[in-house]
Design a protein around this ligand. Structure first.
Ligand code: C2E
Ligand code: MG
Ligand code: MG
Ligand code: MG
Length: 288
């Protein structure tokens, strides 16, 4: 009997592995199809000046509008897109779409120094990086300065990347792009890189902001990070601010920018435009 059960569970194991392979294959096929058919959208989440409560930047966050499954969040497909190389095409779409969206926001009255940030996978900086030169031309044609779009790279991925990726980034940095380090504070941070790469923005990770109210150590560490960043002339954005207490602690620590549900969730572009640009008076988020 036990032999029988063993065989069954063995069979079950094979079957579930097979299912996983089939599912992944299907996902990759769907991604490919959706890239060809424009099934992706960028949502925009405001980044707010914590002292004035006014939006001064926004982060573009990709959503997959799957024909059958509806809206799928990036955590369910970015890693696979990176694995099979589709991130290159997807990343180019994100960069171009964000650029034309920003040009549109400017027409609707966004301030001259209003910036959009996009998430870029280090995979996209491997090799010749031809796409970025084409993208530069595209942004120039739209009349955007080179630092109007901030490139967010996660701290961990940056540290794990090959030297060539970091070299490529340094080169682009010299050509005027703006760089943000995403999810800062949880991975293995290399402080020397912040300086070497001439980083523009440092984004304190949400998991870290979550602990501010209850952990004295987190508050102190946060103060040190903010002080150090400002000393290096780097702007600080705190991610995932959900309540007024967190906001208060961050402003007390000298943090200038914040992003999170306290201010706004990521919004579909039409809603974002209506809320922030089309109705002329800027929304005062301090009322929240
Ligand atoms: P991220 O770049 O760190 O983006 C912030 C994430 O935190 C977003 O999740 C945002 O919706 C969420 N968030 C913001 N404020 C709050 C808050 O107050 N509370 C909570 N619970 N969550 C908050 P999202 O949009 O699901 O994106 C997840 C991750 O997927 C991003 O993390 C980024 O690493 C990646 N991603 C998103 N768009 C792209 C893209 O276009 N390209 C690439 N390569 N990666 C992307
Ligand atoms: Mg990000
Ligand atoms: Mg982040
Ligand atoms: Mg994050």
């Amino acid at each position: 009997k036990s032999k029988e059960a063993g065989r069954n569970s063995h069979h079950f194991f094979e079957q579930s592995m097979l299912n996983a392979v089939i599912q992944k294959h299907q996902l990759v096929e769907d991604l490919r199809h959706s890239l060809a058919n424009d099934h992706f959208e960028l949502y925009y989440q405001p980044i707010v000046n914590l002292l004035t409560n006014k939006m001064c930047k926004a982060e573009a966050l990709i959503r997959w509008n799957h024909p059958e499954r509806g809206l799928i969040p990036p955590n369910e497909f970015i890693a696979i897109a990176e694995e099979v190389g589709l991130i290159l095409e997807m990343g180019e779409w994100v960069a171009r779409t964000a650029a034309s969206d920003l040009a549109q926001f400017k027409k609707l009255g966004a301030a001259d120094d209003f910036q959009i940030s996009i998430n870029v996978s280090p995979v996209q900086f491997k090799g010749h990086g031809r796409w970025i030169l084409d993208w530069f031309k595209y942004t120039e044609a739209l009349g955007l300065p080179r630092d109007a779009i901030i490139i967010e790279i996660t701290e961990n991925l940056l540290m794990e990347s090959e030297d060539s990726v970091r070299a490529q980034l340094t080169k682009l940095k010299k050509r005027g792009i703006a760089i943000a380090i995403d999810d800062f504070g949880v991975g293995y941070s290399s402080l020397s890189y912040l300086q070497k790469m001439d980083v523009d923005v440092l984004k304190i990770d949400k998991s870290f902001v979550d602990e501010l109210e209850n952990e004295k150590n987190s508050r102190e560490l946060c103060q040190v990070i903010i002080m150090m960043a400002h000393h290096l002339d780097i702007q600080v954005v705190a991610e995932g601010i959900e309540n007024a207490a967190q906001k208060q602690i961050l402003t007390n620590a000298g943090c200038e920018f914040g992003q999170g549900y306290l201010f706004s969730k990521p919004l579909p572009i039409e809603t974002f435009k209506k809320q922030y640009f089309i109705h002329s008076s800027p929304i005062d988020l301090s009322l929240i």
